[in-house]
Structure formats: structure tokens, C-alpha cells
Design a protein around this ligand. Structure first.
Ligand code: ATP
Ligand code: MG
Length: 271
């Protein structure tokens, strides 16, 4: 048995009562004249691994940030695990409620730019939120953090600070930090696009492992088309704030139906 079996087991939330894990219904978001999301309808099922692809500025990051409550939709309903995260009405200042904050805890996110605390050690980065947000004891948080850092291959670096690590190592810390909160849903926003090419593989290996061995719901924005094809149950092509086309990866990559998808795939992979 792999030494990681136990920690991986803790990353298997119960799926019975959460058939649809994430839903966006009629969600719009505007900045000035810029209509970033236009009445978006989009669902992710519990345990599903979904990749979002699409051109720059099409609203991919905005979708993830709304799920993290880092942005507020102007209109529309967003639910996570059956609970309402946002119920935004036009003309009202839509603010976070207690319910928003409780629901948002089901979601973990890994950003393009790691976002670690540079002055804290790797271990301190991973135990900070479990202690201060979830109220877990320091001893329990440390035990789990050590297991998670082992899972991502960083047991040797627990006492180091992020600036002492490579980008690939920092991103693996960021993954461990998100997992420490026991999320039902993991969001990844182009997790390898800030990395030197030779460091991409080590991060993708960790994400692949989570995708293939846990039943967490995973929603990933990526430009790594081969990786998306390999690990996704479904790929969603996005443009101008709406879903252009979606389907199983073989279908979407090998036989795209929409001209916009064909053009995008040709542009990202001209060979
Ligand atoms: N805080 C903000 N204020 C104003 N405009 C914003 C803000 N955040 C995003 N936008 C705009 O919203 C649009 C969609 O942004 P978003 O980051 O969701 O796109 P994206 O699909 O993730 O693009 P990329 O592939 O470049 O990451 C862009 O035109 C962007 O400039
Ligand atoms: Mg983005």
C-alpha cells in the first residue's frame, strides 16, 4: 500500500447528497461596458473533473473567483453542494452573507501565482487556515499538514520559506494548503502557466494523482490541452462569457463542432 493511501482517503467527501456540486444559473458580471459573463448557465456534477478552455479575457478566471467569493455576480444564482453561494438580484448591492461564507468553505483554489505567505515556513503556510478558520488544534493541523506535504513530495522542505523554493515546489505547497481545508471542490486557475517548462510536470503529476484517486470535484482552467484531455471527464469551451461547446475530451479536441472552438484549438496548437 502506498504511504499516501490514508491522506488520500480523507480527500473523498461523501457524494450521496451532492449530485450537482456547482451550478451557475443566469449569472452575469459586468465591469463598466465589459460584459464578462452573460447569463451563464453551467453545472458541474459531484466528483466530476472539468476543464475550462477559451481565449484570454473570456471570463474563465471570473467564474473561479465568483466561486471563491473574491468577486460578486451582478445577477444570477450560484450554488455549491446544494447550498446557495450567491443569489444576486439586479440593482441590489449583493454582499456576502453568513451563508455565503459557510458555503464558500467547501471550495479550495490554487492560483496561477501561488499566493503563499513569503515570511512563513511551508508548514506554517499549510496550518494557518485550518487553525484560524476551522479552529483545528495546532497538533492536529500539523499532523495533517505533514501528510499533505509528503503527498506533494515536499517533506524535506517543511521548514523552508517560499522564496527558498522553486516555482514548482511553491505551487505544490499551494495545493497542499488548499487541501488542508478539506474542500469538496478544488479550483485550479492555470496552475502551471507561471512555471518554467521543466517544472510543469511535477505540478501536473500532483493534480493528476488527485484527479485519478479522489472523488473531489475539480474545476480547472488550463492551457495544457494534453493534460486536460487526459484527466477531464468533460471539457468546456468558453468565449465571451458563455459556453460555446462542451463534451468529453476526445470529442471536443478531436471533433469540435463549433467554428469558434475549431479556430481556438488551431491557434493554441498549430501543428
Ligand atoms: N477587477 C476587474 N476590474 C475590471 N475588469 C476586470 C476585472 N477582473 C477582470 N476584468 C476583465 O474581465 C474580463 C475577463 O477576465 P478573466 O480574468 O475572467 O478572463 P480569463 O478568461 O481568465 O482570461 P486569461 O486567459 O487571460 O486569464 C477581462 O476583459 C478582464 O480585463
Ligand atoms: Mg484567467
Amino acid at each position: 500500500m502506498s504511504p499516501h493511501t490514508d491522506i488520500l482517503k480523507t480527500l473523498n467527501p461523501k457524494v450521496s447528497d451532492r449530485d450537482v456540486e456547482i451550478s451557475f444559473t443566469g449569472v452575469s458580471k459586468t465591469w463598466g461596458e465589459n460584459h464578462v459573463l452573460r447569463g451563464l448557465d453551467f453545472d458541474v456534477r459531484a466528483g466530476e473533473k472539468v476543464s475550462i478552455i477559451g481565449p484570454s479575457g473570456s471570463g474563465k478566471t471570473t467564474i473561479l473567483r465568483i466561486l471563491m467569493t473574491l468577486e460578486t455576480p451582478d445577477v444570477g444564482v450560484v450554488t455549491v453542494g446544494g447550498d446557495v453561494l450567491w443569489d444576486a438580484k439586479p440593482g441590489v448591492k449583493n454582499k456576502e452573507t453568513k451563508q455565503t461564507i459557510a458555503t464558500r468553505r467547501k471550495v479550495g483554489m490554487v492560483f496561477q501565482q501561488f499566493n503563499l505567505f513569503p515570511h512563513m515556513t511551508v508548514l506554517e503556510n499549510v496550518i494557518e487556515a485550518p487553525i484560524h478558520v476551522l479552529g483545528i488544534s495546532k497538533a492536529d493541523a500539523m499532523e495533517r499538514a505533514v501528510d499533505l506535504l509528503e503527498l506533494v513530495g515536499l517533506q524535506e522542505h517543511m521548514k523552508h520559506t517560499p522564496p527558498e523554493l522553486s516555482g514548482g515546489q511553491q505551487q505544490r505547497v499551494a495545493i497542499a494548503r488548499a487541501l488542508a481545508m478539506r474542500p469538496q471542490v478544488m479550483l485550479f486557475d492555470e496552475p502551471t502557466s507561471a512555471l518554467d517548462p521543466e517544472l510543469i510536470g511535477e505540478v501536473l503529476n500532483v493534480i493528476r494523482r488527485l484527479a485519478t484517486t479522489t472523488n473531489m470535484t475539480m474545476l480547472m482552467v488550463t492551457h495544457e490541452m494534453r493534460f486536460a484531455q487526459e484527466i477531464s471527464d468533460r471539457v468546456v469551451m468558453f468565449d465571451k462569457g458563455v459556453v460555446v461547446e462542451q463534451g468529453p475530451p476526445e470529442q471536443l479536441f478531436k471533433n469540435p463542432q463549433q467554428e469558434r472552438t475549431q479556430r481556438f484549438l488551431k491557434a493554441v496548437n498549430p501543428y
